[in-house]
Write a protein that binds this ligand. Sequence first.
Ligand code: SAM
Length: 242
Amino acid sequence: MSAKIRLYVEHPLGAGQSVPLDRGQAHYLFGVMRMAVGGQISLFNGTDGEWLAEIAQAGKRAGLLTCVEQTKVLQMPPDLWLLFAPIKKARTDFIVEKAAEMGAARILPVQTEFTNSERIRRDRLQAHAVEAAEQCGGTYVPQVDDLQKLSRLLDHWPEDRQLMFCDEGEVGKALTLAATDRSSAPWAILIGPEGGFSEGERKRLHALPQSHVVSLGPRILRADTAAVAAMTLWQQALGDWG
Ligand code: SAM
């Protein structure tokens, strides 16, 4: 059975494997959560599933755990990328957290013509994805990419990856994912910035052969709401929720 506390570690996991803790993890476990030698927590590393581990050494700045038994096998999410244009800090954090919880395999912040923010803290966003996986029971952590230009990404768009293009220009139309879309495995969802897409971007995205233009209902949603709504629709229609 999984323990209440779950930690992501960048270390191999396996029967009898010793796993060192970094300073932050030791502080959290022994300082904040008051765990002691003999206590049990769950560990995952994104590749070896989840392991029950026992605390072998507990210090202020370091610690050592020993893996006892595997409690979950690795559960990979569907091959779904979430592309979104970064917005305000707290709302961008929210998008990354929700994408990790809802089962995105990779998170790609993209700079569009009307993107509000030209910089992101990739490491901070990656830490949010880790935290989300720790709290939701996931065994996989999606990679968060550096900010890149949408136009450049589209220049080399993979031939086999379908794109759910959430286009506010189609608001109110009955455009949803079709059951026939299920046949193609790799997918991506694209959500625009507060200012929406430029006419040039919309034209290019409509012309992309892999593009599936989707409306998210009769109202214009904020980008963070749109990301959650789009992932819900996709997971329900084509993902691992069914
Ligand atoms: N400022 C834009 C406007 O008023 O037309 C709205 C942009 S919206 C806040 C941010 C993003 O969420 C859009 O670029 C789109 O990807 C998505 N979005 C929001 N509402 C949508 C809808 N009803 N249908 C499709 N996409 C939507």
